[in-house]
Ligand binder design. Structure first.
Ligand SMILES: Nc1ncnc2c1ncn2[C@@H]1O[C@H](COP(=O)(O)OP(=O)(O)OP(=O)(O)O)[C@@H](O)[C@H]1O
Ligand SMILES: [Mg+2]
Length: 232
């Protein structure tokens, strides 16, 4: 599929440079990194802690700006888009499962998931609420729909984050260590759900994980090393 040259990437990064100022001067974390994610692609990324994996994902989702290079979503360079347009498009095109869930503590599970619809479309309807119920049931947390995030276990919170990422039917799911804080069997369960839903709904999945067996289940694998992606 990826070899099909007629297939256009849904996300493309071209020659990305990103550095941070530290106590001992500036460190270049990403050094001319390029990457393409195709429709229905399943890509695994690993790399040591501090290699820049989260920075790479944040730049790809335009949550952070690069110092140099271009980020394209469906062939459109997003680098100079105003914040409002960016967050609206991001909410409908990219479902992001963050390393530490990032749920809003004051909102219950249902409202956390609906938040992404409010950002993408400005409103939510009965259909959306039904969809939330359906996702929660599928993810095995239907009875927790009205609990606050702090009353959930780590695995349950991670499943809420996955439901939120899927809510607006984005073409791409980006998951940053979605199983990092979970025990092995819960991690396997969460991972299997993520794979199943992405497969069924024809989504591209970009997975960052330290867990090599999970990464090996993806169709393509890379290691982020010395600021660039090395194909494995
Ligand atoms: N806003 C920032 N200011 C300064 N340094 C930063 C900032 N964000 C990231 N860094 C540094 O950039 C490097 C890469 O961070 P990043 O979070 O991308 O690594 P990672 O590969 O995701 O690591 P982990 O596997 O531990 O999650 C780290 O050394 C980090 O301290
Ligand atoms: Mg990280």
């Amino acid at each position: 599929m990826v070899e099909d040259i007629h297939l256009k990437p849904c996300i493309e990064l071209r020659n990305i440079w990103k550095g941070f100022q530290g106590p001992h001067g500036r460190t270049e974390i990403l050094r001319g990194l390029s990457f393409s994610l195709f429709p229905r692609d399943f890509v695994g990324i690993n790399g040591v802690s501090g290699a820049g994996k989260s920075t790479f994902l944040n730049i790809l989702a335009a949550l952070e700006k690069s110092d140099e290079g271009k980020v394209l979503w469906n062939d459109h360079c997003v680098c100079s888009w105003p914040a409002k347009k960016l967050s609206r498009c991001r909410a409908s095109q990219i479902g992001f499962v963050f390393q530490s869930c990032h749920l809003v503590p004051e909102l219950d599970v249902t409202e956390n998931i609906l938040l992404v619809c409010r950002i993408a479309r400005g409103h939510v309807g009965d259909k959306d609420r039904l969809k939330v119920q359906e996702f929660l049931g599928r993810l095995g947390i239907g009875s927790q729909a009205h609990q606050l995030p702090m009353t959930l276990s780590g695995g349950e919170r991670q499943r809420v984050a996955i439901a939120r990422a899927l809510m607006c039917h984005p073409e791409v799911i980006v998951a940053d260590e979605p199983t990092g804080n979970l025990d092995e069997s819960t991690g396997e369960q969460v991972m299997r759900l993520l794979e199943e839903i992405c497969e069924e709904e024809h989504k591209a999945l970009l997975l960052v994980t330290h867990h090599v067996p999970f990464s090996q289940r993806m169709k393509r694998q890379y290691r982020l090393h010395q600021g660039v992606l090395e194909k494995l």
